[in-house]
Design a protein around this ligand. Structure first.
Ligand SMILES: [Zn+2]
Length: 255
């Protein structure tokens, strides 16, 4: 069977606690073969890079996460650029917009996103987007700016099914996390039914967004298997058909 690929997780959290090696070993026994770990700030970028030097199945995604911005300046962009030059990075992100309650000012988020989108193009990298409570404004911003030259992923997609084709026309793919397996998450179920199979990706967002059986607990890398099983069931596929499809989709996305 093709290995399962986690397109978005935050393994730096486990690395910082000295727990990562054991967790990865367990996840591998559950069929997970690639982990794209996303750092939200320079400390996290570096923790992930350290872990990736020990584990060949880790790939790096880096960006300035909109939720943690307190300012934005060219020095921050340059720091990201220089990290990308010195490390093997496969995705620029997570970057994007967040309209939850205490998120940073909208303008700050937008400047940071636009600058980082330019950087992704200069580096010929695909982008990984965060869009909590903001898929509508994100779609507008991207439509104004034009299609993504190297494609992108909407992590934990929770826009509407109607927005799917508009995002797809911009070059986006759609990633589903453990929260899409919660029986109460009707929007995720509608999106899972509507997403074209060649645009579908899977993630844990570990340590966030655990699948149904671990709701309320910390999500672990191995939990991708439960999400994959539920998504396969939802689309009437076997687990091996789904993992093979996801593998093709990841290969089409990553450099
Ligand atoms: Zn995340």
């Amino acid at each position: 069977m093709a290995p399962l690929i986690d397109i978005h997780c935050h393994l730096d959290v486990f690395e910082a606690r000295g727990e990562l090696d054991a967790l990865l070993e367990t996840a591998r026994t559950q069929g997970i073969g690639t982990f794209v770990t996303s750092g939200t700030d320079p400390r996290a970028w570096n923790l992930n890079a350290t872990a990736a030097r020990r584990h060949r199945d880790l790939k790096l995604s880096v960006g300035w996460h909109p939720l943690y911005l307190t300012s934005w300046n060219t020095g921050m962009l340059e720091e990201l650029h220089s990290f990308c030059r010195q490390n093997e990075v496969v995705l620029l992100g997570e970057i994007g917009l967040d309209r939850s309650k205490h998120s940073p000012p909208r303008e700050l988020q937008e400047y940071s996103l636009l600058d980082q989108l330019d950087l992704a193009e200069a580096l010929a990298l695909p982008v990984l987007f965060h869009g909590r409570n903001a898929f509508g404004p994100l779609l507008e911003l991207l439509e104004q700016r034009g299609p993504l030259r190297h494609g992108g992923v909407l992590h934990a997609y929770s826009g509407s099914p109607e927005q799917l084709p508009r995002f797809a026309a911009l070059g986006c793919r759609f990633s589903f996390s453990g929260s899409s397996t919660w029986p109460t998450n009707l929007r995720a179920q509608a999106n899972l039914a509507a997403v074209p199979l060649d645009r579908l990706l899977l993630e844990t967002d570990a340590p966030d967004m655990p699948p149904a059986s671990r709701k309320g607990l910390e999500c672990r890398p191995e939990d991708l298997r439960e999400t994959a099983l539920r998504v396969a069931e939802h689309r009437g596929l076997s687990l091996s058909e789904l993992t093979a499809q996801v593998q093709r989709n990841v290969e089409a996305l990553l450099p």
